[in-house]
Design a binder for this molecule. Structure first.
Ligand code: PXG
Length: 445
């Protein structure tokens, strides 16, 4: 395959693309450009090999350059590049929904397709409101999110999310009636926990307090990530999610799990709900659904939610919601090929097999200078660094840059280095990632 260097872009050629979640001026002064990918690796435009420790952006779970997906997408493009799904349908959309229902947590056998995690979240929030209304509880419109939660960038997802930078500019335009649970990160009690921390289940009881404040009859749903990713990997304390489930049940409030990063094998089962043995009412997904090859998201719903909305005259549209590209045939083809790979190669459970080695490896960073916490679950890892005085995030950003120079791509968020490698990773690559990261942290001021 061609790993030939590509001509570098001139500064002027970098101007027009307004990059997402990027320090545009800093990046364009010193761009990091990727040209090719295969298996566990990227190659930069100048032909340098980089080991991918983050599955692109938590999405390429089966590794890069999967021929089966390319072939399925090519064939679909050659057969029918687009078909509408408003008052029309095409067979592989139904096939994909059935295949997804078969691997979903118990009872989640109704699937609404979107094109991204953000759209999945906004869709789930709308379904929650529509569900209550259909049952005669139209006053249940409030949502409870969580501090440090990330649910994408739509107005709904941003409002229930709890990332300050994503919210502060848009504060006055938020969806009204949203409150937030406290986050569960507490280094004082839980630093260097291996797997789930044992302290902190009581944070879930804060939900009772918020319900008492707003009254259950006004609340539609609680939305949390089973494991927060973007906030720097925050793990649920043992028993915490079960407690949320119990409180929601008691008050007839829907529980939404945002599994955009935890879905499709990341935690050692198909979904984190299965790893933690807690089932939500709605589940949002994207990313690993198509191995990142084509944008697609999916919202899974318990059948009771779908059934509650299937009322009114036969000819009435039950839910006024959808996207031109919901169940896009090319995305469906990519997702079906991806699910075939996951199944054939046992990737939905491979993270569980590798977790002990992964845990051992990432926790070897304990004791390295600057390291104040290490967190892990399945094939997720995070290393939190002591911030530089007055410069939050600067140390971890330098570590991210230097890791890239030394041939390993990690993610930086605040003072946390996050890792979520493709589920095809080999043990020697785990070692390489952790050795590189250790060396870089040691060499960073
Ligand atoms: N929910 C969750 C839990 C996510 O992690 C979204 C929704 C939004 O998905 P889209 O497809 O609209 O971007 C996400 C996205 C990171 C990182 O490095 C995480 C995400 C995106 C980019 C970077 O942690 N998650």
């Amino acid at each position: 395959m061609n790993a030939q260097p590509k001509p570098a872009l001139s500064p002027a050629e970098l101007d027009a693309f307004w990059m997402p979640f990027t320090a545009n001026r800093q990046f364009k002064a010193n761009p990091r450009l990727l040209a090719r990918a295969d298996g566990m690796r990227y190659w930069t435009v100048d032909g340098r090999e980089v080991l991918d420790a983050v599955s692109g952006l938590w999405c390429v779970n089966a590794g890069h350059g999967r021929r089966e997906i390319t072939d399925a997408v090519t064939q679909q493009l050659n057969t029918m590049e687009f078909a509408p799904t408003f008052q029309m349908g095409h067979p592989i959309a139904f096939e994909l929904a059935n295949r997804l229902a078969a691997i979903a947590p118990p009872g989640m056998d109704r699937v609404f397709f979107t094109n991204s995690g953000s759209e999945s979240v906004d869709t789930a929030l709308k379904i929650a409101i529509a569900y209550h209304r259909a049952r005669g509880a139209g006053q249940r419109t409030r949502f409870i999110g969580r501090e440090k939660g990330y649910h994408g960038v739509g107005f709904g997802g941003m409002s229930v999310g709890g990332m300050v930078h994503n919210r502060k500019i848009f504060g006055s335009s938020m969806v009204p009636g949203v409150d937030h649970l406290p986050h569960t990160l507490d280094l004082g009690h839980n630093a260097f926990s291996r797997g789930l921390p044992h302290w902190g289940a009581h944070f879930a009881n804060e939900l009772e307090r918020l319900i008492a404040l707003h009254d259950a009859s006004t609340i539609a749903a609680v939305i949390v990530e089973p494991i927060s990713g973007s906030a720097g990997v925050i793990l649920p304390p043992v028993g915490y999610l079960k407690r949320l489930r119990e409180i929601c049940d008691k008050h007839d409030i829907l529980l939404i799990f945002d599994e955009v990063i935890t879905g499709f094998g990341r935690t050692g089962k198909a979904f984190a709900a299965q790893s933690f043995d807690v089932t939500a009412d709605l589940m949002t997904t994207a990313k690993g659904l198509t191995n990142g090859a084509v944008p697609m998201g999916a919202v899974f719903a318990q059948r009771k939610i779908y059934d509650a909305l299937m009322q009114g005259p036969e000819g009435a549209i039950e839910l006024f919601h959808g996207y031109t590209y919901s169940a896009h045939p090319v995305a469906c083809a990519a997702a079906l090929a991806t699910l075939d790979i996951y199944t054939k190669e046992g990737l939905l459970t491979r993270a569980a097999t590798l977790a002990p080695k992964w845990e051992e490896a990432v926790h070897s960073l304990r004791g390295t200078k600057h390291v104040i916490d290490v967190r892990n679950y399945g094939l997720i890892g995070a290393v939190e660094l002591e911030p530089r005085a007055g410069k939050p995030g600067a140390r971890a950003f330098d570590v991210f840059l230097e890791c890239f120079e030394r041939g390993v791509m990690v993610r930086q968020t605040g003072d946390v280095i996050a890792m979520s490698p493709p589920l095809i990773i080999e043990e020697k690559q785990i070692t390489r990632i952790v050795e590189t990261l250790t060396g870089v942290i040691r060499d960073t001021d």
